[in-house]
Design a protein around this ligand. Structure first.
Ligand SMILES: [Zn+2]
Length: 255
């Protein structure tokens, strides 16, 4: 279990390093169409392509594969929950200012995403006597880039909302939820046995991915794209493509 603890801590803590971007906040603010456009591409990949692929791929295996209608309504609940969460953060009565609602919606998206990433990391350690995690320089650098980008994604709206250095840094603790998440598959295994534990972990991962996808869609169309496209011109479109393709390539290295 020590290996998992070390990996999970490293994996969880990488986004904290993106606080270095605080020195570049003026530049990030001055190049909104490029920065917000690029991150819109990242959100589109992580939330819509990646999470949704996981949902579609996972659906036939939910409930031991013999309750298709049950699996569909289970995932529908996840999608609806994400939509409601996104709606609440953007349109609800709690957060009144526009920049703050984007910060919190991004935090919700990254919390769901990081928890899912943690579950996947922890799952590799359950059952097998030798963990099947690949650790080579390519995988490690791919993971570092992926997690750094996630931290940056959280900081861009925080800087735009004029958050202080300390507030922005505290916000970066959100992706740390991947650390407890990495231990969930092990606990589920201890509590329910191998078959029950892995089925429960899998159901949780798929459900959270569905929720993540809906939150990502709201974040994209209500948060990042309107800001990226506010400055006229077409540079933001190029940035969206670069962000989308760039984070895809990073994932080709990791998976
Ligand atoms: Zn991730």
């Amino acid at each position: 279990m020590t290996d998992l603890a070390v990996l999970a801590a490293g994996f969880g803590a990488i986004p904290l390093a993106s606080i270095l971007l605080y020195s570049f906040r003026a530049w990030l603010d001055a190049h909104r169409e490029v920065v917000w456009g690029g991150f819109a591409g990242v959100i589109a990949f992580l939330g819509l392509s990646h999470a949704m692929a996981f949902v579609l791929e996972g659906k036939p295996f939910l409930f031991a594969g013999n309750d298709s209608l049950g699996a569909a309504s289970f995932l529908l609940t996840g999608l609806a929950l994400g939509g409601l969460l996104g709606w609440f953060l953007f349109e609800g009565p709690l957060i009144r200012t526009e920049p703050a609602s984007i910060v919190w919606a991004t935090a919700a998206f990254l919390a769901l995403h990081s928890f899912g990433d943690g579950l996947v990391l922890g799952r590799d350690f359950v059952g097998a006597s030798i963990p099947v995690v690949r650790i080579d320089s390519l995988t490690v650098s791919g993971t570092v880039v992926h997690r750094f980008v996630e931290g940056a994604l959280l900081l861009v709206p925080a800087f735009a909302a004029r958050w202080s250095l300390r507030g922005s840094f505290v916000l970066l603790f959100v992706p740390l939820v991947s650390i407890p998440a990495a231990f969930v598959p092990g606990w589920a295994f201890d509590a329910m046995g191998l078959a029950g534990g892995s089925a429960a972990t899998f159901a949780l991962s798929t459900f959270l991915a569905a929720t993540e996808a809906s939150v990502a869609l709201m974040l994209l169309v209500r948060g990042f794209l309107p800001i990226a496209s506010a400055d006229r011109g077409s540079r933001w479109i190029v940035s969206v493509m670069i962000g989308f393709i760039g984070i895809s390539v990073v994932h080709f290295l990791v998976e």
